[in-house]
Write a protein that binds this ligand. Sequence first.
Ligand code: F3S
Length: 62
Amino acid sequence: MKVTVDDDRCRGHGVCCSLCPEVFDLGDDGYAVVDVPEVPVEHEDAVRSAAALCPEHAITVS
Ligand code: F3S
């Protein structure tokens, strides 16, 4: 599974980083960075939750 964050949509709410800090981080600009674009199986559920719960719908999984 792959994950991306749309920089144009992200507003730095940080839900993603709270749910799965192994994959998401907040950059120096306060917006999400994907550290691990190829999501390990053990983190897939957390990443799907982040995608569902991001208030800006900025996260896409494929
Ligand atoms: Fe940005 Fe959504 Fe995460 S707004 S910081 S991608 S929860």
